[in-house]
Design a protein around this ligand. Structure first.
Ligand code: PLP
Length: 412
């Protein structure tokens, strides 16, 4: 891979929130897997929209309604270009990955029953697990779990053994939020297609912010993402789906904007994607997300990925020297994103995170909404440091020094 440089100091100037102290110490924000910070360019785009252009979309003939509709639909086109979708109609706006996956589980689930199987994994964020459990309770669909290897990868032999004529859906994470594993999704797509007619869904919440994407090359049928994890605002995200599949799927919610014609007894549906977008949408959110994609592409997704990999290598190498530390996830660092989960033997993850916070270092402690992952590794919680384009090598060193301090304070 060609090396592309990223100017961290210049990037940081775009993120005013990073320039502050916590308890007198410079903030080190290592919680981007939960939610990323926002550059000035995104904040300005949202502000411009509200200052000049806001009205409701699609319904009005007046100037502001036209501008708001144009902003909303051109943001969709921007997202389609970023994803390399064949058609902007294949992009459905949602509140984020959770809503996208609930939409898909509900809508695809309408056609499923007790003879059908949905395959997920023990690597799931609860957003790609609970919606399928709800479907299972509603329709009797059998839910099957792909196991994990000891170094935190999907067990592909196990996955292969679960696939067959009854498999109607396979839904897996592109990148694990709890382990950092980048899953070999093209290989998995080929496996799924070779052994079943299942719809192949990717939870892209942790993939979309960090990796160059081409949904047509990934080999999936549906890809879900969240704006707030990729420098965009909260409350906006979406899914990409193959047009023919989206056309077949029934609506998820009813209301304004999603109908073609309403009669007393029934209604007919608007075209995709509007069929899935009931009610007044988060218009400003779509503007902010389009600005976030502009920003990430200006910096360069290859450069961002390489920068995160360099930080991860540094963090794993330095943390490995701390006595009693156990780092979870693939040991081959090429297969992991900028997520470093660890435990310090004899301490609780919460205590370590609290001591780090006292030094201005923001990390997350807990099961990270992936309870089956911590169960699989016989833990109750991990500390998770996660990196993004604005983090520096200096901050990695502060993290490691902070963990050393936690060790000294917690383990006499
Ligand atoms: N999937 C994964 C892998 C995640 O990491 C997250 C959030 O942490 C989600 C789904 C849910 O995303 P959201 O809360 O934005 O809907």
């Amino acid at each position: 891979m060609q090396t592309v440089a990223l100017d961290v100091a210049a990037v940081r100037r775009d993120f005013p929130v990073l320039d502050q102290t916590v308890d007198g110490k410079p903030l080190v924000y290592l919680d981007s897997a939960a939610s990323s910070q926002k550059p000035r360019q995104v904040i300005d785009a949202i502000s411009r929209y509200y200052l000049h252009d806001h009205a409701n979309v699609h319904r009005g003939v007046h100037e502001l309604a036209r501008r708001a509709t144009e902003a909303y639909e051109s943001s969709r086109e921007r997202i389609a270009r970023w994803l390399n979708a064949a058609d902007a109609h294949e992009v459905v706006w949602t509140r984020g990955t959770s809503e996208a996956l609930n939409l898909v589980a509900f809508s695809l689930g309408e056609g499923l029953g007790p003879n059908d199987e949905v395959v997920i994994s023990e690597m799931e964020h609860h957003s790609n697990l609970v919606p399928w459990q709800l479907l299972s309770a509603r329709k009797g669909v059998r839910l099957r779990y792909t196991g994990l290897t000891d170094d935190g990868r999907l067990d592909l032999d196990h996955l292969a053994s679960l696939l067959g004529p009854r498999t109607r859906v396979v839904s897996l994470p592109h990148v694990s939020n709890a382990l950092g594993t980048i899953n070999p999704v093209q290989k998995i797509g080929a496996l799924v297609r070779g052994r079943s007619d299942a719809v192949f869904i990717l939870d892209g919440a942790q993939g979309a912010p960090h990796l160059p994407l081409d949904v047509q090359a990934l080999g999936c049928d549906i890809y879900a993402f969240s704006g707030h994890k990729m420098c965009g605002p909260t409350g906006i995200g979406g899914l990409w789906g193959r047009r023919a599949l989206l056309d077949e799927m029934p609506p998820y919610q009813g209301g304004g904007e999603m109908i073609e014609r309403v009669f007393h007894e029934y209604s007919t549906w608007a075209e995709v994607p509007h069929k899935f977008e009931a009610g007044t949408p988060n218009i400003a959110g779509t503007v902010g997300l389009a600005a976030a994609v502009d920003y990430l592409e200006d910096v360069g997704l290859d450069a961002i990925h390489q920068h995160e990999m360099a930080l991860t290598r540094r963090a794993v190498s330095l943390l490995s020297e701390v006595d009693g530390i156990r780092i979870l996830g693939p040991t081959d660092l090429d297969d992991r994103a900028g997520v470093v989960p660890f435990v310090l033997e004899g301490t609780s993850a919460q205590d370590v995170a609290t001591i780090l916070d006292a030094q201005g270092i923001a990390v997350r402690a807990g099961h990270h909404c992936a309870q089956l992952v911590v169960d699989r590794f016989e833990l109750s919680a991990t500390v998770r440091a996660s990196f993004y384009l604005y983090n520096s090598t200096e901050e990695v060193k502060r993290l490691v020094a902070g963990v050393e301090t936690a060790r000294r304070l917690l383990l006499p």
